[in-house]
Design a protein around this ligand. Sequence first.
Ligand code: EPZ
Length: 427
Amino acid sequence: MDKIIIRGGKRLSGTVTISGAKNAALTLLPCALLTDEPLTLRNLPRLADIDTFQHLMNQFGVSTAIAGSRPEDFGRVMTLEAARITSNVAPYDLVRKMRASILVLGPMLARMGEAKVSLPGGCAIGVRPIDLHLKALEALGATIEITAGYVRAIAPDGGLSGGRYSFPFVSVGATENAIMAAVAARGKSTLHNAAREPEITDLCNLLMAMGAEIEGIGTSDLVIHGVPRLHGATYRVMSDRIEAGSYACAAAITGGEAFLANARVEEMEATVQALRDAGILIEPRSGGLQIAAEGPIQPVNLSTAPFPGFATDMQAQLMAMLCCSEGTSVLTETIFENRYMHVPELNRMGAQIETSGRTAIVKGVPKLSGADVMATDLRASMSLVIAGLAAQGETNIHRLYHLDRGYERLEEKLSLLGAEVERVGGD
Ligand code: EPZ
Protein backbone atom coordinates (compact mmCIF):
# COMPACT_ATOMS: atom_id res chain seq x y z
CA MET A 1 0.00 0.00 0.00
CA ASP A 2 1.08 3.58 -0.64
CA LYS A 3 2.54 5.80 2.02
CA ILE A 4 3.43 9.47 2.20
CA ILE A 5 6.88 10.59 3.35
CA ILE A 6 7.07 14.13 4.77
CA ARG A 7 10.34 15.78 5.69
CA GLY A 8 9.17 18.39 8.19
CA GLY A 9 10.41 21.83 9.11
CA LYS A 10 9.72 23.65 5.85
CA ARG A 11 7.75 26.92 6.17
CA LEU A 12 4.75 26.76 3.83
CA SER A 13 4.05 29.71 1.56
CA GLY A 14 2.01 30.32 -1.58
CA THR A 15 -1.45 29.59 -3.00
CA VAL A 16 -3.50 26.44 -2.62
CA THR A 17 -6.57 25.83 -4.80
CA ILE A 18 -9.43 24.55 -2.66
CA SER A 19 -11.41 21.84 -4.47
CA GLY A 20 -15.13 21.13 -4.57
CA ALA A 21 -16.57 19.91 -1.28
CA LYS A 22 -16.64 16.12 -0.82
CA ASN A 23 -19.58 16.31 1.60
CA ALA A 24 -21.57 18.50 -0.77
CA ALA A 25 -20.80 16.34 -3.82
CA LEU A 26 -21.93 13.17 -2.00
CA THR A 27 -25.42 14.61 -1.49
CA LEU A 28 -25.67 16.33 -4.87
CA LEU A 29 -24.84 13.19 -6.88
CA PRO A 30 -27.93 11.17 -5.75
CA CYS A 31 -30.20 14.09 -6.83
CA ALA A 32 -29.75 12.73 -10.37
CA LEU A 33 -32.18 9.96 -9.36
CA LEU A 34 -34.96 12.55 -8.94
CA THR A 35 -35.23 13.34 -12.65
CA ASP A 36 -35.02 11.55 -16.00
CA GLU A 37 -33.19 14.57 -17.44
CA PRO A 38 -29.41 15.13 -17.39
CA LEU A 39 -27.84 16.61 -14.26
CA THR A 40 -24.42 18.18 -14.78
CA LEU A 41 -22.24 18.84 -11.74
CA ARG A 42 -19.15 21.03 -12.09
CA ASN A 43 -16.19 21.37 -9.71
CA LEU A 44 -16.56 17.75 -8.55
CA PRO A 45 -13.41 16.85 -6.59
CA ARG A 46 -11.25 13.99 -7.87
CA LEU A 47 -11.66 11.68 -4.86
CA ALA A 48 -12.04 7.97 -4.21
CA ASP A 49 -15.46 8.54 -2.62
CA ILE A 50 -16.73 10.29 -5.75
CA ASP A 51 -15.53 7.38 -7.89
CA THR A 52 -17.32 4.94 -5.57
CA PHE A 53 -20.52 6.98 -5.80
CA GLN A 54 -20.25 7.02 -9.59
CA HIS A 55 -20.01 3.19 -9.60
CA LEU A 56 -23.04 3.05 -7.33
CA MET A 57 -25.07 5.24 -9.69
CA ASN A 58 -23.96 3.11 -12.67
CA GLN A 59 -25.20 0.09 -10.68
CA PHE A 60 -28.69 1.64 -10.78
CA GLY A 61 -28.50 2.09 -14.56
CA VAL A 62 -27.64 5.80 -14.33
CA SER A 63 -25.34 6.86 -17.15
CA THR A 64 -22.40 9.04 -16.09
CA ALA A 65 -20.03 10.95 -18.36
CA ILE A 66 -16.94 12.84 -17.26
CA ALA A 67 -16.38 15.89 -19.46
CA GLY A 68 -12.88 16.36 -20.81
CA SER A 69 -10.68 17.83 -18.13
CA ARG A 70 -6.92 18.07 -18.38
CA PRO A 71 -4.97 15.98 -15.83
CA GLU A 72 -3.60 19.18 -14.31
CA ASP A 73 -7.07 20.61 -13.69
CA PHE A 74 -8.59 20.42 -10.25
CA GLY A 75 -12.13 19.10 -10.22
CA ARG A 76 -14.15 17.46 -12.94
CA VAL A 77 -17.49 17.90 -14.71
CA MET A 78 -19.82 14.92 -14.51
CA THR A 79 -23.16 14.54 -16.30
CA LEU A 80 -25.52 11.95 -14.84
CA GLU A 81 -28.67 10.75 -16.59
CA ALA A 82 -31.23 8.55 -14.81
CA ALA A 83 -33.59 8.19 -17.77
CA ARG A 84 -34.12 4.52 -16.94
CA ILE A 85 -33.42 2.97 -13.55
CA THR A 86 -32.71 -0.74 -13.80
CA SER A 87 -32.01 -1.44 -10.12
CA ASN A 88 -33.03 0.18 -6.84
CA VAL A 89 -30.64 -1.85 -4.69
CA ALA A 90 -27.42 -0.42 -3.19
CA PRO A 91 -25.30 -3.52 -2.55
CA TYR A 92 -23.18 -4.33 0.50
CA ASP A 93 -19.87 -4.33 -1.38
CA LEU A 94 -20.29 -0.67 -2.35
CA VAL A 95 -22.04 0.60 0.80
CA ARG A 96 -19.37 -0.89 3.08
CA LYS A 97 -16.76 1.14 1.20
CA MET A 98 -18.63 4.38 1.61
CA ARG A 99 -21.25 5.12 4.26
CA ALA A 100 -22.57 8.07 2.26
CA SER A 101 -24.22 5.50 -0.05
CA ILE A 102 -27.14 5.70 2.41
CA LEU A 103 -27.93 9.05 0.76
CA VAL A 104 -29.50 7.21 -2.19
CA LEU A 105 -32.29 5.92 0.07
CA GLY A 106 -34.48 9.06 0.04
CA PRO A 107 -34.21 9.99 -3.65
CA MET A 108 -34.50 6.36 -4.84
CA LEU A 109 -37.60 5.87 -2.67
CA ALA A 110 -39.12 9.08 -4.07
CA ARG A 111 -38.36 8.09 -7.67
CA MET A 112 -39.11 4.35 -7.65
CA GLY A 113 -41.47 3.95 -4.71
CA GLU A 114 -39.08 1.43 -3.19
CA ALA A 115 -35.38 1.40 -2.29
CA LYS A 116 -33.13 -1.22 -0.74
CA VAL A 117 -29.78 -0.19 0.76
CA SER A 118 -27.27 -2.29 2.66
CA LEU A 119 -27.01 -1.04 6.25
CA PRO A 120 -23.87 1.14 6.32
CA GLY A 121 -22.59 -0.14 9.67
CA GLY A 122 -20.23 1.81 11.85
CA CYS A 123 -16.76 3.15 11.13
CA ALA A 124 -13.64 4.18 13.05
CA ILE A 125 -15.22 7.31 14.52
CA GLY A 126 -18.41 5.80 15.82
CA VAL A 127 -21.44 3.53 15.52
CA ARG A 128 -23.22 6.01 13.24
CA PRO A 129 -26.76 4.60 13.24
CA ILE A 130 -29.33 5.68 10.63
CA ASP A 131 -32.45 5.67 12.84
CA LEU A 132 -33.19 9.36 12.17
CA HIS A 133 -32.96 8.82 8.39
CA LEU A 134 -35.62 6.11 8.71
CA LYS A 135 -37.90 8.04 11.07
CA ALA A 136 -37.86 11.06 8.76
CA LEU A 137 -38.84 8.89 5.76
CA GLU A 138 -41.60 7.24 7.81
CA ALA A 139 -42.95 10.75 8.50
CA LEU A 140 -43.38 11.04 4.72
CA GLY A 141 -45.42 7.83 4.60
CA ALA A 142 -42.68 5.26 3.96
CA THR A 143 -42.75 1.77 5.43
CA ILE A 144 -39.33 0.59 6.62
CA GLU A 145 -38.19 -3.05 6.88
CA ILE A 146 -34.76 -4.22 8.02
CA THR A 147 -33.83 -7.77 6.98
CA ALA A 148 -30.57 -9.58 6.29
CA GLY A 149 -28.44 -6.47 6.71
CA TYR A 150 -30.49 -4.36 4.28
CA VAL A 151 -32.92 -1.54 4.91
CA ARG A 152 -35.92 -1.57 2.55
CA ALA A 153 -38.07 1.54 2.27
CA ILE A 154 -41.47 1.32 0.54
CA ALA A 155 -43.72 4.23 -0.38
CA PRO A 156 -47.55 3.87 -0.37
CA ASP A 157 -49.12 3.15 -3.78
CA GLY A 158 -49.78 6.82 -4.40
CA GLY A 159 -46.22 7.74 -3.52
CA LEU A 160 -44.80 9.68 -0.56
CA SER A 161 -46.92 12.39 1.01
CA GLY A 162 -45.84 15.56 2.79
CA GLY A 163 -45.31 15.23 6.53
CA ARG A 164 -43.72 16.83 9.58
CA TYR A 165 -40.58 15.67 11.36
CA SER A 166 -38.68 17.24 14.23
CA PHE A 167 -35.12 15.89 14.52
CA PRO A 168 -34.33 15.07 18.19
CA PHE A 169 -30.76 16.17 17.45
CA VAL A 170 -29.00 17.50 14.37
CA SER A 171 -28.10 14.94 11.70
CA VAL A 172 -26.60 16.08 8.39
CA GLY A 173 -27.30 12.86 6.49
CA ALA A 174 -30.79 12.35 7.86
CA THR A 175 -31.66 15.95 6.93
CA GLU A 176 -30.33 15.36 3.41
CA ASN A 177 -32.30 12.13 2.92
CA ALA A 178 -35.47 13.79 4.20
CA ILE A 179 -35.08 16.79 1.88
CA MET A 180 -34.38 14.63 -1.20
CA ALA A 181 -37.54 12.61 -0.51
CA ALA A 182 -39.79 15.52 0.48
CA VAL A 183 -39.16 17.55 -2.70
CA ALA A 184 -40.97 14.84 -4.70
CA ALA A 185 -43.66 13.97 -2.13
CA ARG A 186 -47.28 15.05 -2.62
CA GLY A 187 -48.00 18.12 -0.46
CA LYS A 188 -46.10 20.15 2.10
CA SER A 189 -43.39 18.86 4.46
CA THR A 190 -41.87 20.66 7.45
CA LEU A 191 -38.54 19.66 8.98
CA HIS A 192 -37.66 21.09 12.40
CA ASN A 193 -34.15 21.11 13.89
CA ALA A 194 -32.78 20.33 10.44
CA ALA A 195 -29.00 20.51 9.96
CA ARG A 196 -27.81 23.90 8.67
CA GLU A 197 -24.38 22.89 7.32
CA PRO A 198 -23.41 24.76 4.13
CA GLU A 199 -23.55 21.43 2.29
CA ILE A 200 -27.30 21.29 3.08
CA THR A 201 -27.69 24.78 1.63
CA ASP A 202 -25.80 23.59 -1.46
CA LEU A 203 -28.22 20.65 -1.73
CA CYS A 204 -31.27 22.93 -1.42
CA ASN A 205 -29.84 25.33 -4.01
CA LEU A 206 -29.34 22.48 -6.48
CA LEU A 207 -32.85 21.13 -5.86
CA MET A 208 -34.32 24.61 -6.38
CA ALA A 209 -32.43 24.77 -9.68
CA MET A 210 -34.12 21.46 -10.55
CA GLY A 211 -37.58 22.95 -9.85
CA ALA A 212 -38.06 22.12 -6.17
CA GLU A 213 -39.83 24.53 -3.82
CA ILE A 214 -38.00 24.93 -0.49
CA GLU A 215 -38.42 27.70 2.10
CA GLY A 216 -36.11 28.44 5.06
CA ILE A 217 -32.91 27.41 3.29
CA GLY A 218 -29.96 27.85 5.68
CA THR A 219 -32.18 27.70 8.76
CA SER A 220 -33.11 24.76 10.99
CA ASP A 221 -36.79 24.97 9.94
CA LEU A 222 -37.41 23.90 6.35
CA VAL A 223 -40.77 23.97 4.54
CA ILE A 224 -40.80 21.90 1.36
CA HIS A 225 -43.69 21.96 -1.13
CA GLY A 226 -43.49 18.71 -3.13
CA VAL A 227 -43.63 19.05 -6.92
CA PRO A 228 -44.81 16.43 -9.44
CA ARG A 229 -41.65 16.66 -11.49
CA LEU A 230 -38.03 17.83 -11.20
CA HIS A 231 -35.95 18.71 -14.26
CA GLY A 232 -32.25 18.54 -15.04
CA ALA A 233 -29.78 21.30 -14.19
CA THR A 234 -26.16 22.34 -14.35
CA TYR A 235 -24.67 23.21 -10.98
CA ARG A 236 -21.25 24.02 -9.48
CA VAL A 237 -20.38 22.19 -6.25
CA MET A 238 -19.42 24.54 -3.38
CA SER A 239 -15.80 24.73 -2.21
CA ASP A 240 -14.63 22.41 0.55
CA ARG A 241 -14.61 24.38 3.82
CA ILE A 242 -12.95 21.45 5.64
CA GLU A 243 -10.14 21.17 3.11
CA ALA A 244 -9.65 24.95 3.40
CA GLY A 245 -9.46 24.75 7.20
CA SER A 246 -7.04 21.81 6.94
CA TYR A 247 -4.60 23.76 4.76
CA ALA A 248 -4.94 26.78 7.06
CA CYS A 249 -3.77 24.60 9.98
CA ALA A 250 -0.97 23.17 7.80
CA ALA A 251 0.38 26.62 6.91
CA ALA A 252 -0.02 27.87 10.49
CA ILE A 253 1.84 24.99 12.18
CA THR A 254 4.88 25.66 9.95
CA GLY A 255 4.86 29.39 10.82
CA GLY A 256 4.00 30.07 7.20
CA GLU A 257 1.33 31.73 5.11
CA ALA A 258 -1.06 30.68 2.36
CA PHE A 259 -3.78 32.03 0.08
CA LEU A 260 -6.70 29.58 0.15
CA ALA A 261 -8.20 30.15 -3.31
CA ASN A 262 -11.99 29.59 -3.51
CA ALA A 263 -12.40 29.43 0.31
CA ARG A 264 -15.41 31.40 1.58
CA VAL A 265 -15.30 32.86 5.09
CA GLU A 266 -19.09 32.70 5.52
CA GLU A 267 -18.90 28.90 5.36
CA MET A 268 -16.15 28.56 7.98
CA GLU A 269 -16.57 31.36 10.53
CA ALA A 270 -16.06 29.10 13.56
CA THR A 271 -12.81 27.77 12.07
CA VAL A 272 -11.67 31.32 11.26
CA GLN A 273 -12.45 32.41 14.84
CA ALA A 274 -10.56 29.45 16.33
CA LEU A 275 -7.50 30.24 14.18
CA ARG A 276 -7.67 33.92 15.17
CA ASP A 277 -7.92 32.88 18.85
CA ALA A 278 -4.75 30.84 18.22
CA GLY A 279 -3.02 34.02 17.07
CA ILE A 280 -3.18 33.26 13.35
CA LEU A 281 -3.91 36.15 10.97
CA ILE A 282 -6.72 35.17 8.59
CA GLU A 283 -8.45 37.68 6.32
CA PRO A 284 -10.88 37.39 3.40
CA ARG A 285 -9.39 38.50 0.09
CA SER A 286 -11.09 38.57 -3.30
CA GLY A 287 -11.47 34.94 -4.35
CA GLY A 288 -10.36 33.36 -1.11
CA LEU A 289 -8.80 33.66 2.34
CA GLN A 290 -5.29 34.82 3.25
CA ILE A 291 -3.79 33.14 6.31
CA ALA A 292 -0.46 33.89 8.03
CA ALA A 293 1.16 32.76 11.28
CA GLU A 294 2.34 35.75 13.25
CA GLY A 295 4.28 34.75 16.36
CA PRO A 296 3.72 31.63 18.49
CA ILE A 297 0.50 29.62 18.32
CA GLN A 298 -1.76 30.31 21.29
CA PRO A 299 -3.81 27.60 23.05
CA VAL A 300 -7.54 27.39 22.27
CA ASN A 301 -10.46 25.87 24.22
CA LEU A 302 -13.51 24.80 22.21
CA SER A 303 -16.22 22.18 21.68
CA THR A 304 -17.30 20.83 18.31
CA ALA A 305 -20.94 21.51 17.41
CA PRO A 306 -23.35 21.42 14.48
CA PHE A 307 -23.04 24.39 12.07
CA PRO A 308 -22.52 27.26 12.67
CA GLY A 309 -20.46 25.83 15.56
CA PHE A 310 -16.92 24.46 15.17
CA ALA A 311 -17.03 21.54 12.73
CA THR A 312 -16.25 18.09 14.10
CA ASP A 313 -14.48 17.45 10.78
CA MET A 314 -11.94 20.13 11.75
CA GLN A 315 -11.20 18.85 15.28
CA ALA A 316 -8.28 16.54 14.44
CA GLN A 317 -6.59 19.12 12.22
CA LEU A 318 -6.88 21.93 14.78
CA MET A 319 -5.61 19.57 17.49
CA ALA A 320 -2.49 18.82 15.43
CA MET A 321 -1.76 22.54 15.13
CA LEU A 322 -2.36 23.09 18.87
CA CYS A 323 0.26 20.43 19.69
CA CYS A 324 2.80 23.19 18.91
CA SER A 325 1.04 25.94 20.87
CA GLU A 326 2.51 27.89 23.79
CA GLY A 327 0.04 26.58 26.34
CA THR A 328 -2.60 23.96 27.12
CA SER A 329 -5.78 23.62 25.01
CA VAL A 330 -8.98 21.79 25.98
CA LEU A 331 -11.04 20.34 23.12
CA THR A 332 -14.40 18.59 23.50
CA GLU A 333 -15.81 16.38 20.72
CA THR A 334 -19.60 16.43 21.07
CA ILE A 335 -20.67 14.86 17.74
CA PHE A 336 -18.94 11.45 17.50
CA GLU A 337 -18.12 9.11 20.36
CA ASN A 338 -14.75 7.93 19.09
CA ARG A 339 -13.05 10.71 17.20
CA TYR A 340 -9.67 10.75 18.96
CA MET A 341 -7.98 7.95 17.01
CA HIS A 342 -5.33 10.47 15.92
CA VAL A 343 -4.26 11.10 19.53
CA PRO A 344 -2.02 8.04 20.10
CA GLU A 345 -0.38 8.64 16.73
CA LEU A 346 0.25 12.33 17.49
CA ASN A 347 1.68 11.35 20.88
CA ARG A 348 4.09 9.01 19.09
CA MET A 349 5.38 12.14 17.37
CA GLY A 350 6.11 13.76 20.73
CA ALA A 351 2.77 15.50 21.31
CA GLN A 352 1.41 15.58 24.87
CA ILE A 353 -2.32 14.88 24.63
CA GLU A 354 -4.48 13.23 27.25
CA THR A 355 -8.07 12.23 26.57
CA SER A 356 -10.87 11.52 28.97
CA GLY A 357 -14.18 10.58 27.33
CA ARG A 358 -15.14 13.37 24.95
CA THR A 359 -12.42 15.76 26.20
CA ALA A 360 -8.83 16.07 25.01
CA ILE A 361 -6.20 18.12 26.87
CA VAL A 362 -3.46 19.23 24.48
CA LYS A 363 -0.29 20.50 26.17
CA GLY A 364 1.84 22.38 23.65
CA VAL A 365 5.41 21.14 23.12
CA PRO A 366 8.41 22.99 21.63
CA LYS A 367 8.86 20.43 18.87
CA LEU A 368 7.38 17.29 17.32
CA SER A 369 9.52 14.46 15.96
CA GLY A 370 8.97 12.59 12.71
CA ALA A 371 7.82 8.97 13.05
CA ASP A 372 6.06 6.11 11.28
CA VAL A 373 2.34 6.68 11.90
CA MET A 374 -0.89 5.00 10.88
CA ALA A 375 -3.91 6.76 9.39
CA THR A 376 -7.17 5.48 10.91
CA ASP A 377 -9.84 7.70 9.35
CA LEU A 378 -9.98 10.58 6.92
CA ARG A 379 -9.56 13.60 9.18
CA ALA A 380 -7.20 11.80 11.57
CA SER A 381 -4.87 11.13 8.65
CA MET A 382 -4.86 14.83 7.73
CA SER A 383 -3.94 15.70 11.32
CA LEU A 384 -0.88 13.43 10.99
CA VAL A 385 0.10 15.22 7.76
CA ILE A 386 -0.18 18.57 9.54
CA ALA A 387 1.98 17.34 12.44
CA GLY A 388 4.49 15.83 10.00
CA LEU A 389 4.91 19.20 8.26
CA ALA A 390 6.17 20.74 11.51
CA ALA A 391 7.97 17.71 12.94
CA GLN A 392 11.76 17.47 12.89
CA GLY A 393 12.87 14.66 10.60
CA GLU A 394 10.86 12.28 8.47
CA THR A 395 7.26 11.17 9.00
CA ASN A 396 5.87 8.16 7.12
CA ILE A 397 2.08 8.05 6.99
CA HIS A 398 0.70 4.60 6.20
CA ARG A 399 -2.80 3.50 5.05
CA LEU A 400 -3.16 6.40 2.65
CA TYR A 401 -6.51 5.22 1.27
CA HIS A 402 -8.10 7.16 4.12
CA LEU A 403 -6.55 10.42 2.87
CA ASP A 404 -7.43 9.74 -0.75
CA ARG A 405 -11.11 9.68 0.19
CA GLY A 406 -11.19 13.35 1.08
CA TYR A 407 -8.17 15.32 -0.14
CA GLU A 408 -7.70 15.87 -3.87
CA ARG A 409 -4.04 15.64 -5.00
CA LEU A 410 -2.72 16.32 -1.51
CA GLU A 411 0.98 15.86 -2.20
CA GLU A 412 0.82 18.16 -5.21
CA LYS A 413 -0.97 20.92 -3.31
CA LEU A 414 1.48 20.65 -0.39
CA SER A 415 4.52 20.61 -2.70
CA LEU A 416 3.23 23.77 -4.39
CA LEU A 417 3.28 25.36 -0.92
CA GLY A 418 6.91 24.35 -0.45
CA ALA A 419 6.49 21.18 1.61
CA GLU A 420 8.92 18.30 1.10
CA VAL A 421 6.45 15.46 0.56
CA GLU A 422 6.33 12.41 -1.67
CA ARG A 423 4.07 9.41 -2.12
CA VAL A 424 5.74 6.02 -2.46
CA GLY A 425 4.11 2.67 -3.22
CA GLY A 426 4.81 -0.85 -1.93
CA ASP A 427 4.39 -0.01 1.76
C1 EPZ B 1 -21.82 13.95 7.81
O1 EPZ B 1 -21.91 12.64 8.32
C2 EPZ B 1 -20.45 14.06 7.17
N1 EPZ B 1 -20.34 13.10 6.07
C3 EPZ B 1 -19.36 13.80 8.21
O2 EPZ B 1 -18.09 14.01 7.58
C4 EPZ B 1 -19.52 14.82 9.33
O3 EPZ B 1 -18.56 14.54 10.34
C5 EPZ B 1 -20.93 14.74 9.92
O4 EPZ B 1 -21.91 14.93 8.87
C6 EPZ B 1 -21.19 15.79 10.98
O5 EPZ B 1 -20.99 17.07 10.46
C7 EPZ B 1 -20.90 13.40 4.87
O6 EPZ B 1 -21.51 14.44 4.70
C8 EPZ B 1 -20.73 12.39 3.79
P1 EPZ B 1 -24.61 13.09 11.23
P2 EPZ B 1 -23.33 12.09 8.89
O7 EPZ B 1 -25.79 12.31 10.78
O8 EPZ B 1 -24.43 12.65 8.10
C9 EPZ B 1 -25.59 10.43 15.04
C10 EPZ B 1 -15.90 13.49 6.96
O9 EPZ B 1 -14.86 13.38 7.62
N2 EPZ B 1 -26.72 9.90 14.23
O10 EPZ B 1 -24.73 14.58 11.31
O11 EPZ B 1 -23.23 10.61 9.01
C11 EPZ B 1 -24.23 10.05 14.50
O12 EPZ B 1 -23.82 8.79 14.96
C12 EPZ B 1 -17.19 12.89 7.46
O13 EPZ B 1 -15.99 14.11 5.87
C13 EPZ B 1 -27.65 9.05 14.83
O14 EPZ B 1 -27.54 8.71 16.00
O15 EPZ B 1 -23.35 12.73 10.35
C14 EPZ B 1 -23.36 11.18 15.02
O16 EPZ B 1 -23.00 10.88 16.36
C15 EPZ B 1 -17.01 12.15 8.77
N3 EPZ B 1 -28.69 8.58 14.08
C16 EPZ B 1 -24.30 12.39 15.02
O17 EPZ B 1 -25.63 11.85 14.98
C17 EPZ B 1 -28.84 8.94 12.76
O18 EPZ B 1 -29.82 8.50 12.13
C18 EPZ B 1 -24.13 13.31 13.82
O19 EPZ B 1 -24.15 12.51 12.66
C19 EPZ B 1 -27.89 9.80 12.17
C20 EPZ B 1 -26.84 10.27 12.93
